[in-house]
Design a protein around this ligand. Structure first.
Ligand SMILES: NC(=O)C1=CN([C@@H]2O[C@H](COP(=O)(O)OP(=O)(O)OC[C@H]3O[C@@H](n4cnc5c(N)ncnc54)[C@H](O)[C@@H]3O)[C@@H](O)[C@H]2O)C=CC1
Ligand SMILES: O=C([O-])CC(=O)C(=O)O
Length: 341
């Protein structure tokens, strides 16, 4: 996932849930007219493993779709708003659904401050996905990811279509940032840096495993790098000064993630690993049901959740700080659907 390489080579056939050609997939983007949605859709138009790019937003989608559809790659592009069964048409026959719908942060806010606005949006979109594309793999970008992934899971449980392999929170931006920041410090090529980032996607729940990077760092470097990776999002929110949060780097990260998912799904490639936030048994003894770690992708979404490997004493401390916060975030998301709180 470290370098964006649009796939353009021979593909194997597989049975698809979609009516799309068997060697390419229908990908739906919900929130496609937004700051992330537009550049993400642009990057996905370049992906030859996509046969149909299906765009949805509450506003402006027909214009975004018309614009992107002029790009000379083979995929079909459609764009809908809520009128005239827009969401149903967007979702039907989708193989992958990506959700960047929702409000972004302003300076001074945490991702959890977005909860009550974005929880409702994600729940509504998950209800529609459960109805119109129950077999699609759902990839969630909307924050707070630590809570929105449990929201999708609880909605799917209510609809009796829950399959934990098919619900994934995209944490790729943390990995992209980690590899870039390490490469800046070490003077290396960031596309060769493989930094695993585990935990969740907010502040102290973001745990970079720098001890597994193959580099050595001073204590000072470790602290500074870890803090920058944990709070990289805040750096962008501050620089954008009230106009939003990371959009372009997130679109890049999500397009890398979707490309990996497509290679596993469409081409049946084995051994593709993306750190992502999924249902996980790694900390079930602490009553924590979701955790980001290295995840092997397969034809059904999550093929295997990898363990964390050996942690340094510093990383164990980071983990202790992350777990209680993560537990709170997960319960908040699940409760929102289960008890309507
Ligand atoms: N997972 C991650 O690493 C990251 C997540 N994010 C999150 O992504 C989300 C989107 O960020 P931006 O694109 O910057 O925001 P934005 O405000 O520019 O775009 C959001 C889009 O969602 C649309 N929308 C709102 N309600 C909708 C609904 N019910 N159905 C469909 N579309 C709807 C809006 O019309 C808008 O076009 C935010 O929650 C942000 O915090 C941002 C960066 C990184
Ligand atoms: O910081 C934010 O609110 C957006 C985000 O998740 C990120 O950039 O990692």
């Amino acid at each position: 996932m470290f370098a964006f390489k649009p796939s353009n080579f021979g593909v194997v056939k597989r049975a698809f849930s979609s009516s799309a050609a068997a060697n390419a997939a229908k990908v739906a983007v919900l929130g496609a007219a937004g700051g992330i949605g537009q550049p993400l859709s642009l990057l996905l138009k370049h992906n030859k493993l996509i046969s149909h790019l299906s765009l949805y937003d509450i506003v402006n989608t027909p214009g975004v779709a018309a614009d992107i559809s002029h790009i000379n790659t083979a995929s079909k592009v459609t764009g809908y708003v809520p009128d005239n069964d827009g969401l149903k048409l967007t979702l039907s026959d989708s193989d992958i659904i990506v959700i960047p719908a929702g409000v972004p942060r302003k300076p001074g806010m945490t991702r959890d401050d977005l909860f009550y606005t974005n929880a409702g949006i994600v729940k509504e979109l998950a209800e529609a996905a459960a109805q119109y594309a129950p077999k699609a793999i759902m990839a969630v970008i909307s924050n707070p990811v630590n809570s929105t992934v449990p929201i999708v899971s609880e909605v799917y449980k209510k609809h009796n279509i829950y399959d934990p392999r098919r619900i994934i929170g995209i944490t790729t931006l943390d990995v992209v940032r980690a590899s870039r920041f390490v490469s800046e410090l070490k003077g290396t090529d960031p596309s060769n840096e493989k930094i695993t980032v585990v935990g969740g996607h907010s502040g102290v729940t973001i745990i970079p495993l720098l001890s597994q990077s193959g580099h050595s760092f001073t204590d000072e470097e470790l602290k500074t790098l870890t803090h920058r990776i944990q709070f990289g999002g805040d750096e962008v929110v501050k620089a954008k000064a009230g106009t939003g949060s990371a959009t372009l780097s997130m679109a890049y990260a999500a397009s890398c993630f979707v490309d990996s998912l497509l290679r596993a799904l469409v081409k049946g490639e084995k051994g593709i690993i993306e750190p992502s936030y999924v249902k996980s048994n790694l900390f079930s003894s602490d009553n924590i049901d979701y955790f980001a770690s290295n995840v092997e992708l397969g034809t059904e979404g999550v093929a295997k959740v990898h363990p964390l490997g050996k942690l340094s004493a510093y990383e164990k401390e980071l983990l202790s700080a992350a777990l209680p916060e993560l537990k709170k975030n997960i319960a908040k998301g699940a409760d929102f659907v289960v008890s309507g709180k």
